[in-house]
Design a protein around this ligand. Structure first.
Ligand code: FAQ
Length: 151
């Protein structure tokens, strides 16, 4: 897609490995709002992301699910005026990820990411996510996001 992604619009200078536009060696995940509060993205694994038996490594799966749910939380926080603390790039951080690997995930060519909010509040957001390939859900996440306080 040519339009700016959520990440490019809301945190263009972020250096997160998975989704920071400003990390020169990162994944540069690009997520976009769709209908009914859903956020979507696609991710193309690198050959290096092999899990040793020809499928996608589980840590990489967890990273992209973490970062994709982040885009939903950051967009929701921005829309509601839940601003980051002074000097911080983000209003929320991941407090927990419950990832389930339902079936092996091929190394591409391109995988689909989906996310939708379960609940959103100023102190805690819970987001459901899925990684899909070839019409099948390969992995799911229930991500808990908590308000970040700079110290
Ligand atoms: C094995 C199990 C966990 C359980 O399955 P089972 O008890 O046998 O249950 P069931 O028979 O119901 O099968 C369920 C579905 O799975 C499919 N399937 C199963 N085996 C194969 C196969 N060989 N090839 C293709 N497909 C296969 C099977 O067809 C079915 O799909 P379907 O309904 O027909 O479309 C399976 O769900 C799975 O592989 N999940 C993904 C795990 C995963 O990606 N983990 C993360 C990466 S590992 C990592 O990073 C860690 C690491 C660290 C360090 C170094 C190296 C590595």
């Amino acid at each position: 897609m040519t339009e700016p992604s959520i990440q490019e619009r809301l945190f263009p200078n972020m250096t997160c490995f998975g989704c920071g536009p400003a990390n020169p060696k990162g994944f540069h995940l690009r997520s976009f709002g769709a209908e009914d509060g859903v956020v979507i993205a696609s991710f193309t694994p690198w050959p290096e992301h092999d899990n040793g038996v020809g499928f996608l490594n589980g840590g990489v799966i967890s990273t992209v699910l973490d970062c994709h749910t982040a885009s939903l939380v950051v967009q929701a926080a921005s829309e509601r005026g839940w601003d980051p603390p002074p000097g911080a790039a983000l209003a929320f951080v991941t407090a927990g990820l419950d990832v389930r690997f339902l079936r092996p995930t091929p190394l591409g060519p391109s995988l689909d990411l989906w996310a939708k909010a379960e609940s959103l509040s100023e102190t805690e957001c819970i987001v459901l996510g899925e990684l899909r390939y070839d019409g099948k859900v390969r992995a799911t996440v229930r991500a808990t996001w908590k308000r970040f306080r700079a110290r």
